[in-house]
Design a protein around this ligand. Structure first.
Ligand SMILES: NC(=O)c1ccc[n+]([C@@H]2O[C@H](COP(=O)([O-])OP(=O)(O)OC[C@H]3O[C@@H](n4cnc5c(N)ncnc54)[C@H](O)[C@@H]3O)[C@@H](O)[C@H]2O)c1
Length: 448
């Protein structure tokens, strides 16, 4: 069976099923289709499938024209009909893995997707879990289901985990040129999964087990969370010492070895970094081990929105204004620059906290016209001189490239800049407050 599947992959006769057509699943589906495979994308969302079949992409990094072309060529099809998965020779699962309120893993999407796969799976198929999850998920959750069906993993069905590393908005690295890690339940599973991804992705990195592959993703995102936590704490340290944190980081960044530059900000967002480390923390709690770095980084990062709000309150106070009743214009609500994703965005916390203190908050984001939270729609405003002049404080939460920062400098009275976005603007009107308040005057250096 392995040889048959390998042959089908090699000559592009294999049909690929992708469960979940979001930030991860859609780019992957498109990559397989562009590679000449027939791809069936299964998603529970009627809206997502319909718009894809009409040639509209809902994912910023995937051009609609590309989707439309692949649909026309009959290489890609999006469907809510689960039974179509029966046609697939390989099925990748890319559904959400959020946390429940107690920060424990919410595996309901993975379980629902696995159930759908189970109802349709047949002998000779490769199943790959791509959703970020705790080490052991593939072996503990998916393997028993396949075994119960009477299939023998490694012989007549193949099971692997392959973490997705997509970085939305990254102009350089995308699905095809980002190395893909793959770990199978057996060596045969790893071999088949490696062959599948190698057909469309430049570099595949096989590891020995599904647990290793699961942990790779968690290490990568925990690494980011911890380093962002460290540099956020450094911003607080610099504030207390009266030192310019950005100058310190830039200078440290000139070290050609042993240092990697991370920058402070209003906190972390997105579907990955705020959540994934908690999958590992949860798993380790079940083994009676407390992951201290994860917990500490999470604590520091999750306090950053409140720290930004405190900066706004202090800055307004210096102008003899209370937060209550002040008009605050938040720039950028996406969780990172140049994307349209607000999931877990610290901007939402900043806005909520400012509103709790009585501020009249409006926002501008070139990528997000409006968003809904707690049953309320927040609509963005246009960025105009008038809007800037009306604001008692402008808070830069996300530094999108397309914002005219000089216009902010020339028209706003007070800017609280959590991203160092104003560094390149020529100092004119606005008072700019950074995350860390500097106290010392720069030393004049006379070259003579
Ligand atoms: N977004 C990222 O940047 C990123 C990067 C790497 C890894 N991941 C991981 O990839 C996984 C997917 O994340 P995403 O960002 O693509 O999520 P998403 O919310 O963008 O997309 C998930 C899609 O799955 C669909 N879906 C939900 N339940 C389903 C089911 N039972 N059957 C079929 N479809 C279903 C949803 O309708 C949605 O379209 C998560 O585990 C995430 O942690 C995300």
């Amino acid at each position: 069976m392995k040889e048959v599947l390998l042959e089908k992959i090699q000559d592009r006769r294999a049909t690929i099923g992708i469960i979940g057509l979001g930030y991860v699943g859609l780019p992957l589906a498109v990559e397989f289709a562009k590679g000449g495979f027939k791809v069936i994308g299964y998603d529970v969302s009627e809206r997502v499938c319909k718009s894809l079949m009409e040639g509209h992409s809902h994912i910023q990094d995937v051009p609609s024209a590309e989707v439309a072309k692949l649909v026309r060529q009959k290489l890609f099809e999006a469907t809510t009909d689960e039974s179509r998965l029966h046609e697939a020779d390989a099925v990748s699962i890319a559904v959400p893995t959020p946390l429940v309120k107690t920060r424990d893993p919410d595996m309901s999407y993975v379980i629902a997707a696995t159930d759908a796969m189970t109802r349709q799976v047949r002998a000779g198929v490769l199943v790959v879990l791509e959703s970020t999850t705790y080490p052991g998920t593939t072996r503990e959750v998916l393997l028993p289901i396949l075994t119960k069906l009477g299939l023998t993993v490694g012989e007549n069905v193949f099971l692997a985990f392959s973490p997705e590393r997509v970085d939305p908005g990254n102009p350089k690295y995308h699905t095809k040129n980002t190395p893909k890690v793959v770990g199978g339940i057996t060596a045969a599973c790893t071999e088949v999964a490696t062959a599948l991804y190698a057909a469309v992705i430049d570099q595949v990195v096989p590891v020995s087990t599904t647990e290793a592959a699961e942990l790779v993703k968690l290490l990568e995102n925990t690494f980011r969370s911890v380093n962002i936590g460290l540099v956020n704490e450094m911003a607080i340290v610099c504030d207390k010492l009266g030192v310019d944190v950005w100058e310190v980081i830039d200078a440290a960044g000139t070290k050609p070895f042993g240092f990697m530059k991370f920058t402070p900000g209003p906190g972390i967002g997105g579907h990955c970094i705020p959540l994934d480390p908690h999958y590992l923390a949860w798993k380790m709690r079940t083994l009676n081990y407390k992951t201290r770095f994860i917990d500490l980084a999470s604590e520091i990062n999750s306090q950053m929105p409140a720290y930004v709000v405190e900066k706004v309150a202090q800055a307004l106070n210096e102008e003899r204004k209370p937060v209550n009743g002040s008009r605050v214009l938040v720039i950028g609500v996406a969780y990172k620059p140049d994307i349209d994703d607000i999931r877990e965005s610290p901007a939402l916390d900043v806005i909520r906290l400012l509103e709790q203190d009585g501020a009249d908050v409006v926002f501008h984001d070139p990528h997000i016209a409006s968003y809904r939270e707690d049953g309320r729609t927040h609509s963005g405003v246009e960025l105009s001189k008038d809007e800037l002049k009306r604001a008692d404080a402008v808070v830069i939460v996300t530094d999108h490239k397309s914002i005219d920062y000089q216009m902010l400098m020339d028209n706003a009275a007070l800017i609280v800049d959590s991203r160092n976005a104003m560094a390149k603007a020529v100092k004119t009107k606005a008072r700019v407050v950074s995350l860390a308040k500097t106290r010392f005057a720069g030393m004049a250096v006379d070259p003579a």
